[in-house]
Design a protein around this ligand. Structure first.
Ligand code: GTP
Length: 451
């Protein structure tokens, strides 16, 4: 449905297939840059962002438990999100009632359709909405809005025989205020004989009506020009937010979106089709997820962030040095729990096989975890520090004390063994080098009890 950045998705799939990491990064970056430019993102901006991705990808290290490829996706995701306006979600709730919205924008931008879409959106949110037809320049605009209003069951105020847009806007707003309308949306003209006349009319309406929010409607297919248009309108009436329409039908959407983001105004909604319900709250993270073709990468990134917090540097060092204790195993298990839904997500991404340390059905994981936690709680301090001393009879005791099966305790100890194995792998010279650690800096004896 969204044509924007279509090839990025394919490039990502190729990236995830594997091969030499640095080479795949290079390849993906090249592809991404080409694609950004094709989507009409400003060349300088495209180079800037791809360079930053490359630098982060090759210089920074993934947090423990995250593979480099997963880490790379997060970086791409973060940088693209930043390009399109950051990770803030727009607030769509009116701050007071009535809330008067004035729509401005050039003719052909889809303003009238958008006015109705917006009315419909807010109606479904539970607000009482009214539409004011103040485009007196295009004769059909009134009838069009009237019809759309009927279709969505929203009242439209208009005066087909009056060509004074300012007075219609003023009267329309009072009309709806008298009727206790929550949200009043004014559709304005998109063209006049002269551009100054149009801007002049916008200014007058805005002065008389004092809208709570001026929303600029921009057609995505104009690409980078969006920046100048947004600027011009902004100088006339301060633009509160922006709606980018027709994102369904253009490859230039990236240009419009990034240009708009560059003006500092917030894209609040995007139009993704001709139908009345094809208006979406613009959420850059979610939009980027879709560009990348990764269903729920937003939560993946969230999980990665949280995982990062779980291991302290000290923990990571202990892990590498092989000083594993139950406390570390416990942290890792808790991370696993957080990864529950994450694992599912990652399984959906082609090329990213998830390796759970132990094959545990995610549904059973919760149950297992609580058993393991109970087992950990009935271990002695000594055992927690050095699980190697736990012998058969202690396993039985621990199981008994925790009220779990012997097998549960065995499984828990298996997690410990797995972590020790992982630690050994991490200590391979080539890996240490990649992590930027000198082997001589490590105390590499197997002394699980030491600190
Ligand atoms: N594909 C697609 N078409 C859209 C979208 N939004 C609007 N349109 C279409 O764009 C065309 C022009 O829209 P209008 O609503 O007439 O807007 P306008 O010409 O800007 O109207 P005024 O500015 O009021 O004169 C119509 O055919 C709409 O159906 C969108 O998000 N996607």
């Amino acid at each position: 449905m969204l044509m924007v950045f279509d090839n990025i998705r394919n490039a990502l799939t190729r990236f995830l297939k594997g091969g030499d990491y640095e080479k795949s990064v290079e390849e993906f970056i090249r592809e991404l840059q080409k694609e950004l430019v094709r989507a009409d993102v400003n060349l300088k901006l495209a180079v800037e962002i791809t360079n930053r991705i490359k630098e982060r990808a090759l210089k920074s290290e993934p947090p423990p438990g995250i593979s480099r490829r997963e880490w790379f996706i997060t970086i791409v995701y973060e940088e693209l999100t930043r390009l399109l306006g950051g990770d803030k979600k727009p607030s769509i709730k009116p701050l007071k009632k009535p809330w008067v919205i004035m729509l401005v924008g050039l003719q052909g931008s889809g303003k009238t359709t958008t006015a109705a879409k917006l009315a419909y959106f807010y109606k479904l949110e539970g607000y009482k909405v009214g539409l004011v037809a103040a485009d007196t320049f295009r004769p059909a605009a009134y009838t069009q809005l009237k019809q759309l209003g009927e279709q969505i069951g929203v009242q439209v105020y208009g005066e087909p025989d009056n060509n004074d847009a300012v007075s219609i806007a003023v009267k329309g707003v009072s009309f709806f205020i008298e009727r206790r309308t929550d949200i009043i949306i004014i559709d304005t003209a998109g063209r006049h004989h002269k551009e100054e006349d149009l801007l002049d009319e916008m200014r007058k309406i805005s002065e008389q009506v004092k809208p709570d929010e001026v929303i600029l409607v921009i057609d995505a297919s104009i690409g980078q020009q969006a920046h100048n248009i947004a600027k011009k309108f902004h100088e006339t009436t301060p633009i509160g937010s922006i709606i980018v329409t027709k994102l369904d039908g253009t490859a230039k959407g990236g240009g419009a979106l990034s240009a708009v983001a560059a003006t500092g105004a917030m894209v609040k909604f995007i139009g993704t089709g001709e139908k009345i319900d094809e208006l979406e709250v613009f959420n850059p993270p979610r939009f980027v997820s879709r560009i990348l073709g990764l269903g729920d990468i937003e939560s993946l990134v969230e999980k990665v962030r949280r995982l990062q917090l779980d291991f302290t540097e000290e923990d990571a060092k202990r892990l590498i040095e092989g000083k594993i204790n139950m406390r570390l195993v416990y942290k890792q298990l808790v991370s696993l729990r957080k990864m529950g839904p994450l694992a599912k997500i990652m399984q959906m991404i082609p090329g990213l096989g998830v390796k759970l340390p132990l094959e545990v059905d995610p549904k059973q994981l919760e149950v297992k975890l609580s058993k393991w936690l109970a087992a950990i709680n009935s271990m002695t301090y000594e055992e927690l520090e050095n699980p190697d001393i736990i012998d058969k009879s202690r396993i039985k005791r621990i199981a008994y004390g925790a009220g779990v099966e012997i097998d549960d305790v065995r499984e828990l100890l298996k997690q410990y063994e797995l972590m020790k194995k992982l630690s050994k792998q991490l200590r391979r010279r080539d890996i240490l080098k990649k992590l930027g650690i000198k082997p001589e800096d490590l105390k590499l004896e197997e002394e699980p009890g030491g600190s």
